[in-house]
Design a protein around this ligand. Structure first.
Ligand code: NAP
Length: 326
């Protein structure tokens, strides 16, 4: 069994007298900054200029000292890089790299840019990773309740000899050691995350769409098709998360549902496609396609968004939530 780091295993004194700069005040940045501050860390915020981003004002309104990314880098001992992944390389090159000095720690929240070499930090700084396994608002909400989100840490380069202690202290400050933190590689964090997004989010969303469309094409009322395709999944996922898949399938759903799940479910899944996507992800093909798409101004996503927003399922969903509640 892997080592699980909990609050009692981690000494936060390694951050005493240190300044933590959160770079980027978006979904993760805001949550991690607030949690770390509430845990007693000295936190400052680095954002793009106010004319490019509302983040500077948002951070100030939340009571943080906020400044340019270059100034935050100069003042910080530990930098939490919480910028959108494709935005990181140019900002790193222009504002962070020139202001780094020996012994600072760069802490990423996704391994992408380091793994694929878009960011290549100097050897005199620590390069670490801390990722809570949830969107920012959950990270904050759980923390406020005295709980935390399972997370992972990684050390890609240890310049100071205590990089692991530093990143564990950050994970504890944000609240993850309340739930448990495990150590892994940048590669597994990054490719595992990219694989999950393609298979689980991509697969589940397209399954829901196909479920809806097939019913509607065969004359079912759209509200019924929508409830089946989306709403019924919500409660089921929570139960499976709480008690496990087998308990749900064997005892908590109907016997008809159990028969349907066990005999028809595997037919819906294209196992070869899943394995092929895993291989593509390991070969860096997903990363290359995504970096190219971003560099071109996201033409494919712009086009796909337009078609998807105009679809019948989205219109039904809008009406459905008004009629039957959220
Ligand atoms: N979203 C999640 O729940 C989640 C979960 C796990 C890990 N992560 C990781 O956390 C990191 C931050 O992700 P996020 O979801 O928090 O990002 P985000 O909210 O989408 O964006 C974070 C910040 O990136 C900057 N930014 C966004 N778009 C930009 C653009 N087009 N050009 C230049 N800068 C741009 C902005 O900085 P300013 O504040 O300066 O305006 C923004 O506040 C990423 O490494 C991500 O993989 C996210």
């Amino acid at each position: 069994m892997e080592k699980i780091y909990r609050d009692a295993d981690v000494d936060m004194s390694v951050l005493n007298g240190k300044t933590v700069a959160v770079i980027g005040y978006g979904i993760q940045g805001k949550a991690q900054a607030m949690n770390a501050r509430d845990s007693g860390c000295k936190v400052i915020i680095g954002t793009r200029p106010p004319e490019e981003s509302p983040s500077r004002a948002a951070a100030k309104a939340d009571g943080f000292e906020s400044m340019s990314i270059a100034d935050a880098t100069k003042q910080a001992d530990v930098l939490l890089i919480e910028l959108a992944d494709p935005a990181q390389p140019p900002i790193y090159k222009a504002e962070i790299a020139p202001n780094l000095s020996a012994g600072k720690t760069l802490c990423f929240c996704h391994g992408f840019n380091v793994l694929y070499g878009a960011i290549q930090p100097p050897k005199n700084v620590n390069v670490v990773l801390y990722v809570p396994n949830a969107p920012g608002h959950f990270v904050r909400e759980k923390y406020k309740k005295g709980e935390g989100i399972y997370g992972c840490i990684s050390v890609d380069h240890d310049a100071t000899g205590n990089a692991k202690e530093i990143v564990l202290a950050i994970a504890k400050a944000v609240g993850s050691c309340r739930a448990g933190v495990v150590e892994m590689t940048f590669q597994h964090e990054c490719e595992g995350d990219n694989f999950e997004e393609q298979i689980l989010y991509g697969g589940a969303i397209h399954l829901m769409k196909m479920c809806f469309q097939t019913m509607v094409d065969n004359g079912y009322p759209p509200s019924f098709a929508y409830a089946k395709a989306i709403r019924s999944l919500r409660s089921v996922i929570d139960v499976m998360d709480e008690v496990g898949i087998e308990e749900y399938v064997s005892r908590r759903c109907s016997r008809t549902a159990e028969f349907a799940i066990r005999t028809r479910g595997p037919r819906v899944i294209n196992e070869e496609a899943i394995r092929e996507i895993f291989r593509e992800t390991e070969r860096g093909q997903f990363a290359r396609d995504w970096m190219q798409e971003w560099a071109l101004g996201m033409p494919m996503l712009t086009r796909l968004r337009r078609t998807a927003a105009e679809g019948e399922m989205e219109k039904t969903g809008e009406q459905w939530r008004k009629e039957f509640g959220k």
